[in-house]
Design a protein around this ligand. Structure first.
Ligand code: MN
Length: 298
């Protein structure tokens, strides 16, 4: 189903050609036994890149369900710009599962980010039950209003801080390269090995400064818009914290951390670190089967 003008029909579905969009490789399991939430937020999936942990995300989608799901940007990564498209079956399975959720009645709101900014031109439209919005306001079960946006909107403001992080990173790379030569010379003069770990720490400090500066900028913008909190992605760092009376939520990513933000039915918010959730599930399964085996052995 497609709602939109001619420009939309010629540009958007072209990327999801019928040839490429096929039935999933692995069928979706039943809805029984899934963890149900009022709301789920995921972002920074980067479909179309090798960095995407597609199998973990499929596991997450197959293990959960919600009334509403927000896709908080960078879901698809620059597919229009590439000559050779990287699009494995697992990535197709993810799109299929999201559209299937919409069909089942989950409200899906897609707020594009900078890597899928070509989708932003379709804000206000609905593709197969997926609402595309430039930003959204979510009202929690207990009535808090949360601004949902990707977060790259603040890149210009963050430029000074980003420069700091980039300089730190470049200096680190150069110094790690120098480290080898410095130590070759030091060894020749009979001096002990000198680690440049201080530079590594400096680099981490810059990264931490960048993240906290981002969180402050986002919270300040949310405060200016009169909401209780903000949900974003973009910096691939999941977080729940309060800043200047604003609730700051970052749902993380599916490249490094593999996290989702969820709202329980009472309005309580939680970050799910999916690799840890899988480990817990496996341990519980193991314990349950061990408990079953015990009476038989006795
Ligand atoms: Mn981004």
């Amino acid at each position: 189903m497609l709602v939109g003008n001619n420009r939309a029909t010629s540009a958007f579905p072209g990327a999801f050609s019928r040839r490429r969009f096929r039935a999933p490789r692995a069928a979706e399991p039943s809805l029984d036994g899934r963890r149900r939430f009022r709301t789920i937020w995921i972002s920074d999936v980067h479909l179309g890149t090798k960095g995407c942990n597609a199998d973990l995300l499929i596991d997450f989608l197959d293990s959960t369900d919600s009334e509403t799901m927000y896709l908080v940007g960078d879901i698809i990564d620059g597919w229009r710009l590439r000559k050779k498209v990287y699009w494995p079956a697992a990535h197709n399975d993810i799109v299929w599962r999201i559209l299937k959720r919409a069909k089942r009645g989950t409200r899906i709101v897609y707020v594009p980010g900078n890597h899928d900014e070509m989708v932003r031109q379709f804000a206000g439209m609905n593709f197969g039950g997926v609402e595309i919005e430039r930003a959204a306001i979510h009202t929690t079960a207990d009535g808090r209003r949360l601004l949902v946006m990707h977060g790259d909107e603040f890149d210009a403001v963050m430029l000074a801080h980003r420069w700091l992080a980039v300089v730190g990173d470049a200096a680190y790379t150069v110094l790690m390269g120098l480290n080898r030569w410095v130590n070759v010379v030091r060894r020749r003069f009979g001096l002990p090995y000198y680690s440049l770990s201080k530079m590594a720490k400096h680099k981490v400090k810059n990264a931490v400064a960048f993240i906290s500066a981002f969180e402050e900028v986002v919270a300040k913008a949310a405060a200016g818009r009169g909401v209780d909190g903000v949900v974003c992605g973009h910096i691939h760092t999941a977080e729940i914290r309060e800043l200047q009376g604003i609730e700051y939520y970052n749902d993380g990513d599916w490249v490094e951390g593999c996290t989702a933000l969820v709202e329980h039915f009472d309005g309580r918010m939680e970050i799910l670190h999916w690799p840890e959730e899988i480990a817990r599930r496996e341990a519980e399964r193991e314990a349950a089967s061990a408990a079953l085996r015990l009476p038989a052995a006795a």
